[in-house]
Design a binder for this molecule. Structure first.
Ligand code: AHG
Ligand code: MN
Ligand code: MN
Length: 333
């Protein structure tokens, strides 16, 4: 059974950049996710990480204590490894610059965008939550200051993306553009082991995931697609499954086959999910797992971002199901 480190070294030729930098990136990700795993498994024992931190984040959303803990855990972990020069997080309005340490002979050339804790509404009720991350090479010269354009790169430029799901077990799933692989944490050893090699979306699935509570605010083409999912025809009706943690809903649909939709609504014309640290990494994983991800009309990975916390309508999943959804959008507009 391979550990994550062994797997990376064995597959070093699949990474176009320095293998040492990839190991450093993963070293940061593993450490922070293990710290979060440890806290997640204690939620409820003390008041320390349950409930709101009393802060409203840049999204206008109530920040939970664990959102803040996870944000800090990742920032600290990236800071100490001399590989990342800038981080944009859901929990921080502006990007964070990481200064290179003086004694460092190594150049920090990676940009990280992160949703430190995805599915915040599920923390206090013991339902799966996650972390989503996305990594790029910086565009500007290492001699210059970082600029916002280092962060506003198209999703297709990602060199690494993934998530950690803190569920019945803690699993780290990632892609470097050569398939999608999952590693389960053995908490007794503190090590991630390869458990889900070559994850792949079934072509057609039988699950649709959408927040039905927003039905009255959906446009007519979305309502028609929902009725299509519920119709008694061919391999339908599909079954409805919606956790409210993108990571959890995505992980299940990738394994079982399905479609996840967070469309625009009357009150949120751009949908809810954030392009840079939710949709782009999940879209990269989707495509690498043989699925399809779009905003209903355009491929997510081709969208040119214009701001850090930009939102977009989002649909991802098994190819045939997403293509059918896009047909509905095109035909009923
Ligand atoms: P976050 O906890 O990082 O703010 O993300 C929550 C997101 C996503 O994980 C989930 O799919 C979606 O919000 C759920 O939203 P609704 O409650 O509106 O369905
Ligand atoms: Mn999220
Ligand atoms: Mn979050």
């Amino acid at each position: 059974m391979y550990t994550l480190g062994e797997f990376i070294i064995k597959n070093r030729d699949n990474f176009l950049y320095s293998i040492e930098s990839l190991l450093r990136l993963f070293s940061s990700i593993k450490l922070a996710s293990k710290a979060i795993h440890k806290e997640v498994n204690k939620v409820g024992l003390t008041e320390e990480l349950i409930g709101s931190s009393g802060i409203t984040n840049i999204q206008g959303e109530n920040q939970q204590k664990l959102d803040n803990f996870a944000h800090k855990a990742f920032i600290e972990s990236f800071k100490s490894r001399n590989v990342v020069c800038g981080i944009a997080s859901e929990e921080s309005e502006d990007f964070i610059v990481i200064k290179e340490k003086k004694e460092n002979f190594y150049q920090n050339q990676y940009i990280v965008l992160i949703d430190p804790l995805d599915g915040s509404s599920n923390i206090d009720v013991n339902v799966s939550i996650g972390t989503i991350f996305s990594v790029y090479l910086r565009k500007s010269s290492v001699k210059m200051d970082l600029t916002i354009s280092d962060f506003l790169q198209k999703g297709k430029k990602q060199i690494l993306a993934g998530y950690i799901i803190y569920g019945s077990s803690t699993i780290l799933v990632f892609t470097i553009g050569k398939g999608v692989h999952g590693f389960t944490l053995d908490p007794s050893v503190g090590t991630f082991y390869l458990s889900h090699p070559n994850l792949h979306f079934p072509k057609v699935g039988s699950i649709y995931s959408i927040n039905h509570g927003n039905y009255a605010n959906f446009s007519s083409e979305i309502k028609k697609f929902i009725r299509y999912c519920q119709e008694k025809k061919e391999n339908r009706p599909y079954t409805a499954r919606y956790i409210g943690s993108l990571v959890g809903d995505f992980h299940r649909n990738m394994i079982k086959g399905g479609i996840y939709i967070y469309p625009k609504t009357d009150s949120s014309p751009n949908g809810k999910l954030r392009l840079l640290y939710e949709c782009n990494p999940i879209a990269f994983l989707t495509e690498q797992a043989g699925g399809k991800a779009s905003d209903g009309e355009n491929r997510i990975l081709d969208i040119k971002p214009i701001k850090l916390h930009q939102r977009t309508p989002f649909v991802c999943g098994s190819v045939e199901m997403v293509s059918k959804f896009e047909e509905f959008i095109a035909n009923y507009k």
